[in-house]
Design a protein around this ligand. Sequence first.
Ligand code: G6P
Length: 367
Amino acid sequence: EAAEKGGYEHFMLKEIHEQPKVVRDTINSVVKDGKIDFSSIGLTDDEMKKISQIYIVACGSAYHVGMAVQYVIEDFTSIPVRVELASEFRYRKMTLVKDSLVIIISQSGETADSLAALREAKEKGIMTLGIVNVVGSSIAREADNVFYTLAGPEISVATTKAYSTQLIAGYLLALQFAVAREEMTEEKCCELLKELYTIPDKIEKILEDKERIQWYANKLAGAKDAFFIGRGIDYAIGLEGSLKMKEISYIHSEAYAAGELKHGPISLIEEGIPVIGVLTQQELYEKTVSNMVEVKSRGASLMGLTTYGNYSMEDLADFTVYIPQTDSHFAGSLSVIPLQLLGYYVSVAKGYDVDKPRNLAKSVTVE
Ligand code: G6P
């Protein structure tokens, strides 16, 4: 097993470090000569033109990918997107809009609720697309179209690299929808693809600074509760950061859309509670800052995760982490990295079995 870990202490850390490569591989799988080519996936431009509604259906971290990707699709195209938990979607009596597309996101391709949701959609005559990692898995076999993420085998129960490749698949899908529907020019798409290609190096750069996160994680290890806040894509990434924290560190953690704090959760804020703010979306920066000020005045200990340039964060937060600048739609691929590291290092500091957290399974084939 030591050999399989390639010199890393845990599979999770190894898989975190594999992200630049698997992200690049996933981009390369559908980008040829600077253009997106979906011929391996199946979904045609004509089909994309006709889609009037997208449902993204998934469980766990894959659901969080859907939460992030909905903002990107809605920003690039005029298609409304709904994100649903598979375990809710499958039992819900809802009229699926004609000409809709159901996208099922699943690393394993075997999650019982996600597979059932896929079958439910097919029975209703709705077109389906699977974003799947495991080749030949049930969801990959049964979906009408498949976008394979090229994360390779993921051993750690807490997903990192599969999650990152699912985000990339979501961006590429959003871009191709936009171009096919003539809602984005080829030139604009080309420019964004160039930016997407810089993501692996930027992830690498964040990983070089991992000791700083470890230092902060050691301080966080004694915490009983933690909160993650953000708006838009930053909220979606907070959901994933919070899940990482609770699933491997056993710290009670919640993610909130920053604007919701005042509707309840703020009453839980007391002296010393860690609140992690994610602020990569420039137009929402000041809004989330004001929410951080509110919790700080009630005693919270703040971590600010933002983009290089937003140096005023240091006047507010007790600990600041910067990520490289990129197009705002892709920022989640960078901001999630310090949050993965945070969950990882808190778990290590507490001496837990990082790769095999209690009560959890890698692939959940029961309902
Ligand atoms: C389990 C895993 C999670 C994963 C979820 C969905 O709970 O521990 O990491 O996000 O299932 O799995 P899937 O294989 O469908 O992506």
